[in-house]
Design a protein around this ligand. Structure first.
Ligand SMILES: [Fe+2]
Length: 291
C-alpha cells in the first residue's frame, strides 16, 4: 500500500463492531495497556461518525494535554525560524490554543469562516480516493489520538498534533486551501490507480514535505515537517532538488525516516503556479506522459 497505508497503525474490527488499533514493534505505546485501550476507544468512536454529525469530542486526559503543551512550546520558536511566511499567516489567523488539545468540531468552527474547510474524524487510514476526494468538498480527514506521552517529541504515526498543528494552520489560509482543493479535484478526475498515486506523491512532496526559498533561507511549508520537532531542524541538510512535477510524482520515499530528498520552490507563488496548475489540469493521459 502506498503512502499513508504504511504509516498508519492498522485498525481491525472485532465482532462487536468495535475497533482494535494494532501498534507495531517499537511503537512507544505498544506495552502500555491503558494507552492501547484509549487508542481503541478513540478509533471506534471516530468510526461510528456519520457525515453531517458533529465530530465526536474526545475527553483528553491531563497527560495528553501535557503532550500538546510540550510540542506546541517546542515548535513555537522553530516555526518562527523555519516556517514559510504563508504558514505563519495561517497560524496567526487560526490562533490555536497552546495549553490544551482542541476538539475537531471547534477547530472546524474556527477554520470554516476562513477557508470553508471542516475536519472529519478518521479511525485510521482513509483510502486515498476518499481522503483526497474529501478535499474537493472542503473536508479534511484527521485522526484524534495523541502520541504516547513517554516521547512527546516523536511519533511514528500522524496524530492530532500532525493533523492540527501541521495541517490545521495551513487549512486556515486560502493560499494553501486552494492547493488542497486542486489536489482533491485531481483525485476525482484521474481514473487509474497509477495516476492517483502520482497525484498523491506530488502531495507528499509539497503539502506534506514541501520547502521554499525565502530571502533569509530555506523554509518549510509542508505539514509533515512543520509538525515534527526533530525533522524541522534537519530539513535544510537534506538533498534539495528544484520543484519538478515529474520528479516528485515518481520519486520513492521511506516514511520511517526523515525525508532525505526534498523539492524546493523558488517562491510560494511557484508552488501555486506549478503545483496548483498541475492538479487543476492533470488527467490520466497527461500523467502517463510525465511518468
Ligand atoms: Fe499529513
Amino acid at each position: 500500500m502506498f503512502e499513508e497505508g504504511q504509516y498508519f497503525a492498522p485498525v481491525v474490527a472485532k465482532t462487536d463492531g468495535s475497533l482494535t488499533v494494532e501498534l507495531g514493534e517499537g511503537h512507544p505505546g505498544l506495552h502500555d495497556p491503558e494507552y492501547r485501550q484509549r487508542r481503541d476507544v478513540i478509533a471506534t468512536t471516530a468510526d461510528r461518525w456519520t457525515p453531517g454529525e458533529p465530530a465526536p469530542a474526545v475527553a483528553y486526559t491531563d497527560d495528553e494535554h501535557e503532550v500538546w503543551r510540550v510540542v506546541c512550546d517546542d515548535l513555537r520558536g522553530k516555526h518562527r525560524t523555519y516556517a514559510c511566511r504563508e504558514f505563519l499567516d495561517g497560524k496567526e489567523a487560526l490562533g490555536l490554543p497552546a495549553d490544551r488539545v482542541p476538539q475537531l468540531e471547534e477547530l472546524s468552527d474556527w477554520i470554516e469562516p476562513l477557508t470553508g474547510f471542516r475536519y472529519r474524524p478518521a479511525a485510521g487510514l482513509v483510502p486515498l480516493r476518499e481522503f483526497y476526494g474529501a478535499l474537493a468538498d472542503h473536508g479534511f480527514w484527521a485522526t484524534q489520538y495523541v502520541r504516547h506521552h513517554s516521547v512527546p517529541l516523536y511519533t511514528p504515526e500522524p496524530d492530532v498534533l500532525h493533523e492540527v498543528v501541521g495541517h490545521g494552520n495551513t487549512l486556515a489560509d486560502r493560499r494553501f486551501t486552494e492547493l488542497y482543493e486542486a489536489a482533491g479535484a485531481a483525485s476525482r478526475r484521474v481514473e487509474s490507480a497509477e495516476a492517483l498515486e502520482f497525484v498523491s506523491r506530488v502531495f507528499w512532496f509539497t503539502l506534506e514535505f514541501g520547502v521554499v526559498h525565502e530571502a533569509d533561507g530555506l523554509k518549510a511549508y509542508g505539514a509533515g515537517i512543520l509538525s515534527s520537532p526533530g525533522e524541522i531542524e534537519e530539513f535544510r541538510s537534506m538533498t534539495i532538488l528544484p520543484l519538478d512535477i515529474a520528479a516528485m510524482g515518481t520519486q520513492d520515499y521511506d516514511i520511517t525516516h526523515y525525508q532525505e530528498v526534498l523539492f524546493a520552490a523558488r517562491s510560494f507563488a511557484e508552488v501555486q503556479d506549478v503545483v496548483g496548475d498541475f492538479w487543476s489540469t492533470c488527467d490520466d493521459d497527461s500523467i502517463a506522459r510525465l511518468r
